[in-house]
Design a protein around this ligand. Structure first.
Ligand SMILES: Nc1ncnc2c1ncn2[C@@H]1O[C@H](COP(=O)(O)OP(=O)(O)O)[C@@H](O)[C@H]1O
Ligand SMILES: [Mg+2]
Length: 343
């Protein structure tokens, strides 16, 4: 542990926790990760937001030296993941890697074993286990064997285990997916505390709200590519301060309706295929009056009309120009790609 501690203290001056360039990973014909660049400043929470299958886990596995990249390079606190994987592994923690803890042992016993493996003394390990179980609200369940734990409790124990050594860089792969709101809030508090006490966190998520709550910056990832990068505010600004939702009665008029919206609001619109809803960013709510008049003049009947704060899903739709499941050309920009495809 002496070496690691020396290494950790020398990281204090390191500006970047992660610098990744052009990471690529194929699985057969599938380009799971297709040229990802990431810069994560030390001491921050960085969000990687994307739908299922976007390439989030594959990216983390490469950065954590669990999977070899086909191309590209990355440094963790300045250490190359290919040339110095042993050092890199000392500097990171990945949730999910403790999935194979012993089911017949209690939570306390599992944490003590991990602590001992990481070099803590007997008393130190016992104290650390108790402290972490308390922090994660697992004290009451601490003596129960793991096989009686719920999914949420396992997730918390998993995070607790990865924090025994509180590594300088922590990868949290969808830490709150499927958790109830209370547990999720506890998780958020813990994540904030990690950064307050000096760690850097890279967090993947499918929820805009989560990056909104936690992240200093984020990358939006889709089909293995970073399609947007910046602060949450920058991202939201790119889709307007509010968003307009318009359902028209006659789906055949959707092209005309979109043209009118785009002309009057001077923005790009997107169309949700299944329900024929038009969505557009709005910065000037006053323009709504002009828009309604123009639609009336063209005799376009509305089913529904509303102005709302943009959700992360809308931000995502605006940026990627698509619903997330489909295979889209790799060279599209913004929402333009929707033009030819959908309408
Ligand atoms: N071990 C693997 N073998 C084959 N394909 C994989 C493997 N891991 C991931 N993939 C594929 O790579 C793509 C990205 O997956 P993943 O990184 O898990 O996305 P995410 O974590 O964003 O949901 C998906 O199409 C997935 O099916
Ligand atoms: Mg994943």
């Amino acid at each position: 542990m002496g070496n690691v501690n020396r290494m950790k203290s020398s990281l204090a001056n390191s500006e970047w926790a992660i610098e990744a360039r052009g990471l690529i990973k194929h699985f057969g014909d599938n380009r799971a990760v297709d040229g990802v660049d990431l810069n994560v400043r030390a001491g921050t929470i960085y969000g990687v937001l994307g739908p299922n299958g976007a390439g989030k886990t594959t990216t983390i596995r490469m950065l954590a030296t669990l999977l070899r990249a086909d191309a590209g390079s990355a440094r963790i606190f300045g250490y190359d993941i290919v040339k110095d994987p042993h050092i890199v592994r000392q500097l990171i923690g990945v949730t999910g890697q403790y999935a194979s803890v012993d089911e017949s042992l209690s939570a306390t016993e599992n944490l003590i074993i991990f602590s001992r493996l990481l070099g803590l003394g007997r008393t130190e390990a016992r104290n650390k286990a108790a402290e972490l179980l308390e922090e994660f609200g697992l004290s009451e369940a601490a003596k129960r064997p793991l096989k009686n734990f719920s999914g949420g409790m396992r997730r918390r124990l998993d995070l607790a285990a990865s924090l025994i050594a509180q590594p300088p860089l922590i990868f949290l792969d969808e830490p709150t997916t499927g958790l109830d709101p209370r547990t999720r809030n506890q998780m958020w508090d813990t994540i904030r505390r990690l950064v307050d006490t000096g760690s850097t966190v890279l967090l993947t998520t499918q929820y805009l709200q989560e990056v909104d709550e936690l992240a200093d910056r984020l990358a939006v990832i889709d089909h293995g590519r970073v399609v947007a990068e910046g602060t949450v505010d920058e991202l939201k600004a790119s889709v307007g301060t509010s968003s307009l939702h318009l359902n028209i009665q006659n789906p055949q008029e959707i092209i005309v309706a979109r043209e009118i919206v785009e002309q009057i609001l001077k923005v790009k619109t997107t169309v949700t295929q299944d329900i024929g809803k038009i969505t557009a960013p709005m910065s000037n709510v006053d323009a709504v009056t002009d828009l309604l008049i123009a639609l009336r003049q063209k005799d376009i009947q509305l089913d529904e009309f509303s102005v709302q704060k943009p959700t992360l899903d809308e931000v995502f739709l605006t940026i990627t120009g698509n619903e997330v499941k489909e295979d889209v050309p790799k060279d599209f920009k913004g929402s333009e790609q929707v033009e030819g495809e959908r309408v």
